[in-house]
Design a protein around this ligand. Structure first.
Ligand SMILES: [Zn+2]
Length: 89
């Protein structure tokens, strides 16, 4: 009997909230790594004020990414819609 497995598949297919939250997290994480990359590329070549601005936006991006991840995790815990390997790093 594979009804149980089928139901789990259906459940994970049918959680748009999780998909949305995961996409938000991934895009926030991407933004963060982009800003960090820029920061390390430009360190020493830009004025301190400019660097500070970049550093602050990296910090913001990190916060957003952490918030998005926490939101995703608490949704998964509440909703119980975990159980697949879709979480890409
Ligand atoms: Zn869910």
């Amino acid at each position: 009997m594979s009804e149980g497995a089928f139901r789990i598949m259906t459940l994970k297919e049918s959680c748009p909230t999780k998909t949305t939250l995961m996409a938000a997290w991934q895009s926030a994480a991407e933004t963060y790594s982009k800003v960090v990359g820029e920061l390390s590329r430009r360190i020493g070549t830009i004025p301190k004020a400019e660097y500070e601005k970049l550093r602050r936006s990296a910090e913001n991006a990190r916060h957003r990414s952490m918030e998005a991840q926490a939101e995703l995790q608490s949704h998964i815990e509440e909703h119980g819609c975990d159980g697949n390997g879709e979480v890409a790093a």
